[in-house]
Design a protein around this ligand. Structure first.
Ligand SMILES: [Zn+2]
Length: 104
């Protein structure tokens, strides 16, 4: 199963270069957020645009199986003021990893 390998969506870097905006909507809570592809590359790497909905989580539901992403060009941006959710920083969580050491 899967999509035909001849049908590939554009990559995040392409959407970035085209000046497009990624709008991720959640069909469960009806939330909608707008991102810059450049920010998504920071956290996901440059992947196919279609993959974003599988690799992100809804910040409200904490689920990803209802996410849908689409890319569009803000041609008349002044007519449609939107809030872009920018990447502020990436926090690295420190987590201890333990091992047992047997003393003989
Ligand atoms: Zn949601």
């Amino acid at each position: 199963m899967g999509r035909s390998r001849y049908h590939r969506s554009a990559t995040l870097a392409q959407y970035r270069d085209w000046g497009q905006i990624a709008t991720v909507s959640c069909n469960l809570c009806r939330g909608k957020r707008h991102y810059l592809p450049a920010d998504l590359i920071e956290i996901l790497g440059d992947c196919e645009g279609d993959r974003v909905e599988r690799r992100m989580r809804c910040e409200t539901c904490d689920r990803n199986d209802y996410l849908h992403v689409r890319y569009w060009s803000p041609i008349a941006a002044d007519d449609y003021p939107i809030t872009i959710r920018r990447l502020e920083r990436i926090e690295t969580i420190r987590r201890p990893v333990w091992r047992d050491e047997r003393r003989t």
